[in-house]
Ligand binder design. Structure first.
Ligand SMILES: C[S@@+](CC[C@H](N)C(=O)[O-])C[C@H]1O[C@@H](n2cnc3c(N)ncnc32)[C@H](O)[C@@H]1O
Length: 392
């Protein structure tokens, strides 16, 4: 057997028979861009392409690059018509007598893996699924060897635990030549070159424009660049500036959303940001400057009046000022507050308090922390099964 991958885009293929096998194959062929034509005795429901409801005629094979015979009653006549015209024919009735086989296929980015397994389709599917799982896990060596066109992918890494990264993010990391990563992005064992571009207050810090220049320079050098960020790429993460810089430079760029700490960290700590009968809204706010700071553009009076759940990021250093402002603007002093530090990491810890007591109770907590304010904190339920990050 000689495995060959065919580019059937725009090419005529014929499917004979519209039973489950014929339909499945017609769909697979249509997905790869083939010009699907079909002949079947029964009207095919939901089949892609152009179908005729009538018996097969040998002349149907004329002009087809590939024929799939799936008559359900023996494919001999179709196979003979193909052989007479030197057209490849995939028989569904008899693997041994077929000239061509459709393998079990998995795709991951620009990688295609196809499997045949001694005429045993279920065995091929099982093997294909095992490979697909490994591709999804990003553990196979899929990094490009031949130079190609460079690109940038902004990947949201989730709150920090490596297993909260998306499958797409993992795949892109496995394909990456270089990973440009933030301080709060998940710590991963990567074989690619890794460049930390932390913006830690007080420490050596990367300027945003320099980060953008780095992404563009590496992509222009033909590298696949992953810009790995904590949480989601567009939640207080300056992702749009990087997207726009790439677009202006003519560099291909894609965005892979991530689990924002604004939602994931409370959830992992057992706090739902909404709960039926408790609150109908949640608001995510950056508290990187205090309410009385002239740079603050947040309307704290409106937030206090809004009720619902408030989720504050970058606010742990301003907890006292924020709680004070909310109480001053009318939010009940006994409103429950949860401060969750290092969500999803082995060092995760949560302090539950109220608006008046939180500044004292959570005084020992530091960044990164998510602050949740609202009645939902009172319905907090500690998970009965220890989450993965707590089991490690
Ligand atoms: C610059 S913002 C970036 C937010 C991020 N893009 C996201 O969607 O989660 C950083 C803030 O996110 C929050 N944060 C991120 N990871 C966290 C974690 N593992 N535990 C608690 N808070 C976290 C903290 O409030 C931190 O100060």
């Amino acid at each position: 057997m000689t495995p060959v991958h065919l580019d059937l885009r725009g090419k005529r293929v014929l499917v004979v028979g519209a039973g489950p096998v014929g339909l499945r194959r017609a769909r697979a062929l249509a997905e790869s861009g083939a010009d699907v034509h079909g002949v079947a005795l029964a009207a095919p429901a939901g089949a892609p392409g152009t179908w005729q409801q009538r018996p097969f005629a040998p002349s149907d094979v004329q002009g087809a690059w590939l024929v799939v015979a799936a008559t359900g009653t023996g494919d001999e006549e179709v196979a003979a018509a193909c052989a007479a015209r030197q057209v490849w024919c995939v028989r569904s009735d008899d693997h041994e007598r077929s000239d061509a086989w459709m393998p079990a296929v998995t795709r991951s980015g620009d990688v295609t893996v196809s499997v045949t397994a001694g005429g045993d389709p279920r065995r091929a599917v099982a093997l294909r699924d095992a490979v697909a799982l490994q591709l999804d896990a990003g553990v196979l060596p899929v990094r490009r060897v031949r130079p190609g066109v460079g690109s940038v992918a902004l990947v949201g890494g989730g709150p920090g635990a490596p297993d909260l990264l998306t499958v797409r993010g993992r795949r892109l990391l496995a394909e990456a030549d270089v990973v440009v990563t933030d301080r709060l992005a998940p710590r991963l064992e990567l074989s690619a070159e890794t460049i930390e571009v932390a913006k830690t207050p007080g420490a050596t810090s990367w300027d945003q424009r320099d980060i953008e220049a780095l992404l563009i320079a590496r992509a222009r050098a033909g590298q696949r660049v992953v810009r790995l960020k904590g949480g989601d790429v567009h939640v207080f993460a300056r992702g749009m500036e990087e997207v726009q810089a790439c677009l202006s430079a003519g560099v291909d760029v894609e965005v892979v959303p991530g689990l924002s700490s604004a939602l994931a960290v409370p959830a992992l700590a057992g706090v739902p940001v909404t709960a039926r009968g408790v609150t109908q809204s949640f608001t995510v706010v950056s508290a990187h400057v205090a309410p009385d700071d002239p740079r603050s553009s947040v309307d704290w009076a409106a937030l206090a009046a809004l009720g619902g759940t408030l989720v504050l990021l970058m606010g742990v250093g301003r907890l006292s000022a924020v709680c004070g402002a909310l109480v001053a603007h009318g939010r009940a002093p006994g409103t429950p507050v949860a401060v969750i530090q290092d969500g999803s990491l082995p060092t995760e810890c949560t302090v539950v308090s109220t608006l008046v007591d939180a500044p004292r109770d959570a005084a020992g907590l530091r960044n990164p922390s998510v602050i949740v304010i609202g009645e939902v904190v009172a319905v907090r339920a500690a998970p009965t099964v220890a989450p993965a990050h707590a089991r490690r």
